[in-house]
Ligand binder design. Structure first.
Ligand SMILES: [Zn+2]
Length: 648
């Protein structure tokens, strides 16, 4: 018999085909009509389930913000929401922003321009860090990954100009860097520098950035969190810098100099003296200036915004700047994420949804537990450790009981420019983060990256918790109008996806408390590595949208998707559910259409596989899929049994 092994289904799943049958391509059969109809908004790089929901939520909140900002409705009694509204209004005020032009950034620009030699940089470094400028040295405070009840100081490399270190090896990136260089020169000219100086600075900055990127980790390397943990004594760390007085620096930042520093990228530290040295000063300063003008442009005049747009257009394929209202919404969210999240949850998230989703999470955890107990490839000792870890997973559903104190410290003044307010907020964040160093970790906080109005879900390996912000707990992921099977294929599979992150190649290196600890027997870990390798090979090189996927870059997410769908199907079977509905809802939540530039970027640097493949490949690995839809070896969705990967 002629057996097929088409990974990802028949044809290129990024190309709509309303005639395809489900047995040949689950994703296209489910979504092609939608794909043919839907348009990508001009100010977005893509349209998908997440963007659809985000648009709905933004409209809800924007309407309220407009009412509050222009006194059509009384502001609710919620701490710091008034500040978010003031910031929203300041962002809307383009008359003032255009009239101010470069004026708001002049003092900070002058601060940078007046660094005339390397010793100035060295002496002012502590202040530059406190002022939240982007620098080639990046310090931050976070839970210590070997003892997550305490905080530690981390040292990392900064973001490079291109989205990922690996991009610098791709010859086609040269064009992107050219676009960025031209854009930066234009911004510097708008800021008041001569055209000649601006060009020189932009060129210097790109030269420096290329050197810096050589020693940075790529996203593929960053995905291994445990490898970030490289503890140095402060003395050892300080002696790595030939040209900077690090002890003095730490002394001026912290009340007490920490005893150790965790270096995320030892290779970057090893090469730091080639980058940060007196001979390189002009390039170094240029790089800081270029970072500064690019990050400020969003808060200045229309002219600045337009000048800062070409690079984003080139990387993401967006065609227009967002409307003034959308910008104002984004800016308010950038600074007051958690406050706006609470506002959203209190206004639009019901306690019934919370209770239903909690019930769903418990169902998924129960199935997970049974699957671990029945697991055939783990020894008893590893199995017990895995069960212990599963038992300890903390649930965060809807919105947090309390949010970070930092919002009380952030001040917004209607009499100051938008830029000044943003800059002050950034400084407050830096100070707040550094102040956390000697405080215990507060595990109840959700943080600004998981506000309740964000459509996403998370697993944090250092806390061993899963977070489901209120925003994702609705259609198409979840609805009380849906059948149980539809909800299982939506939010149920997403829940199990997050749980599986506790046991993916990255999360598996952390224990039940979120500490790095090896809880595996050697034999079991070897088997797990083999299974993960099979998952890498399963995805590697599949063509989607004409581009090849990277199996290694996406392995953690792919293992999570496989676990997510497997556990959702298993739960549906226990509940006599409709497996067709589970698979089809799963395929539906991954519907998406994106600009080619954006596809190129995410396929190169995103840890998630293209959504078309997230729909199809895990389904191909589940034996029930074949019975559910009567899939035959000659069908496009067929994968030979020995090619199907089963992990959790
Ligand atoms: Zn994930």
């Amino acid at each position: 018999m002629n057996t097929f092994k088409i990974r990802g289904g028949l044809g290129d799943s990024a190309v709509a085909n309303t005639n395809v049958k489900l047995q040949d391509n689950l994703y296209l059969a489910t979504n092609s009509q939608w794909l043919e109809k839907v348009k990508i908004p001009a100010d977005r790089p893509l349209m998908d389930s997440f963007v659809e929901l985000d648009t709905k939520i933004r409209k809800q909140i924007l309407k309220d913000f407009d009412n509050f900002a222009f006194n059509k409705k009384k502001l609710p009694d919620l701490d710091n929401l008034d500040k978010a509204i003031t910031l929203y209004k300041l962002t809307l005020d383009f008359d003032k922003r255009n009239a101010d032009s470069a004026q708001p950034i002049k003092p900070d620009l002058q601060k940078l321009l007046s660094l005339s030699r390397f010793s100035d940089f060295n002496q002012n470094l502590a202040q530059l860090i406190k002022d939240a400028f982007s620098l080639p040295l990046y310090f931050y405070v976070d839970a210590d990954m070997r003892n997550t009840s305490q905080n530690s100081l981390y040292f990392a490399s900064p973001n490079s100009f291109l989205p990922d270190a690996s991009a610098y090896k791709d010859p086609s990136s040269e064009e992107l860097l050219n676009t960025f260089e031209k854009q930066s020169a234009k911004l510097l000219t708008l800021a008041g520098l001569s055209s000649e100086d601006s060009k020189q600075i932009a060129a210097n900055a790109v030269r420096f950035d290329k050197k810096l990127a050589k020693h940075k980790k790529s996203q593929e390397e960053i995905n291994d969190f445990a490898s970030m943990y490289n503890a140095y004594s402060t003395q050892q760390f300080a002696s790595s810098f030939k040209f900077l007085d690090i002890e003095q620096l730490l002394n001026s930042i912290f009340s007490k100099v920490p005893e150790k520093i965790i270096v995320i990228e030892p290779n970057y530290l090893k090469h730091i003296n080639e980058l940060v040295n007196p001979e390189n000063f002009e390039e170094l300063k240029s790089w800081i200036l270029v970072k500064f003008v690019n990050s400020s442009a969003d808060y200045l005049s229309e002219e600045f915004q337009k000048a800062a747009f070409p690079y984003k257009q080139a990387v993401e394929g967006v065609r227009e700047l967002p409307s003034t209202e959308k910008q104002a919404y984004r800016v308010a969210n950038r600074v007051f994420a958690e406050v706006i999240g609470i506002y959203y949850a209190q206004s639009y998230f019901g306690s019934t949804a919370k209770a239903n989703v909690e019930q769903m999470i418990n169902k998924m955890l129960e199935t997970y537990k049974q699957r671990l107990q029945n697991n055939s490839w783990l020894s008893e000792s590893t199995k017990n450790e895995a069960l212990k870890k599963l038992d300890h997973i903390t649930l965060k559903i809807g919105y947090p009981d309390k949010i970070s104190d930092v919002y009380n410290d952030i001040q917004v003044s209607a009499n100051k420019s938008l830029y000044e307010n943003i800059s002050a907020a950034n400084k407050t964040w830096v100070q707040y983060s550094f102040n956390e160093l000697y405080k215990p970790v507060d595990r109840t906080l959700w943080g600004p990256d998981a506000p309740a109005n964000l459509i996403n879900a998370f697993y944090d390996p250092t806390k061993n918790d899963i977070t489901f912000p209120a925003a994702i707990l609705q259609k198409p992921f979840y609805s009380s109008d849906n059948t149980l099977s539809e909800n299982l294929g939506g939010i149920g599979a997403v829940i199990a996806h997050e749980i599986t992150h506790a046991f993916d190649p990255n999360g598996s290196k952390f224990d039940e408390f979120g500490n790095i600890r090896n809880w595996w027997s050697e034999q079991d870990y070897k088997k797990f590595t083999e299974l993960s390798q099979a998952e890498i090979e399963l995805f590697d090189g599949i063509i989607c949208g004409g581009l090849k996927t990277n199996g290694k870059l996406t392995v953690g997410e792919n293992v999570a998707d496989l676990g997510g769908l497997t556990v959702a199907i298993e739960t549906a079977k226990k509940e006599n559910g409709n497996l067709q509905e589970v698979f089809q809802t799963w395929a539906k939540i991954w519907r998406g259409k994106m600009m080619p530039q954006f596809r190129k970027s995410i396929i190169a640097y995103d840890s998630h596989a293209p959504s078309e493949l997230r729909s199809n490949v895990p389904a191909q690995c589940i034996d029930d899929f074949y019975q559910t839809f009567n899939i035959q070896p000659t069908d496009g969705m067929w994968l030979d049994p020995e090619k199907r990967v089963h992990i959790w």
